[in-house]
Write a protein that binds this ligand. Sequence first.
Ligand code: ATP
Length: 299
Amino acid sequence: AIVVAGAVGALSEIMGELARAAGATERLFDLLSIQADIQAPADPLPLPVPPQGAVSFERVSFHYPSRPDWAALEDFTLDVKPGETVALVGPSGAGKSTVFQLLLRFYDPQAGLVRLDGVDVRRADPRDVRARLGLVPQDPVIFSADAMENIRYGRPDATDAEVREAARAAHALDFLEALPEGLHTFLGEKGVRLSGGQRQRVAIARAILRNPPVLLLDEATSALDAESERLVQQALEELMRDRTTLIIAHRLATVVNADRIVVMEQGRVVASGTHAELVRQEGLYARLAALQFDRSAAE
Ligand code: ATP
């Protein structure tokens, strides 16, 4: 799973999602030292306007700085068309989160090219790149602030009406309005604690407000109750509509609905296709699908 830890400045750029700062101090320091290596070019190339939402990885090989002898991605190629939904699947450690980290430009690959809207991300300003990417992490952070502010984090200049509309689209408005002080209820450690499904819907509302052309979705592995599952799924469908989406997928319903599934193993693409195509091939995907996906979700 991707743990988003980063300098506070980088955070609002990325997503309206904050580091699990308290619990992830190590990773935070990791990342801060790494970010010092990521240079903005002196004369950055502008990304095309309007944004297209095209993502491509071209023969990318990458190892983490702490593990120079071990490739997290090897000769990894992926072309995502504007508006396409691509699900990344594969065993733990296959490199799925690493794909997100390179696109967010937390690291640069040792070989190959990562492009956003046709531009090599190393030649663009990282802030421009991150402004086009929206991340919904597995276990979203809820800040010590009221519900309104928690959602507004997705886009600080949003009006109250826009925040409410995003909450509605994310299927979060009903439960938020039912809180003691509605959208002004204080959330987080010292306030009302939300369930996993509710936290996910708050994160989805943030992303809807942010409206990025490219969405990076790290699907929750934790089981939700059926009602919560249904609402989260509907909220995600709303969020994914009309934008490019890359999903680290754990649910059968997600892979069945994806335009394309990319199966990864040891940093490489080992198969790709639709769910039906891949199941017929009786390879790693068929075994993963049998083991890993929650079958009841799609049947
Ligand atoms: P999971 O489904 O468990 O989240 P994944 O497919 O997303 O797995 P990655 O998180 O991309 O896999 O990790 C790929 C490999 O890189 C793993 O072996 C992991 O241990 C290693 N790795 C991930 N982050 C780092 C890091 N910051 N430093 C060193 N190695 C790392």
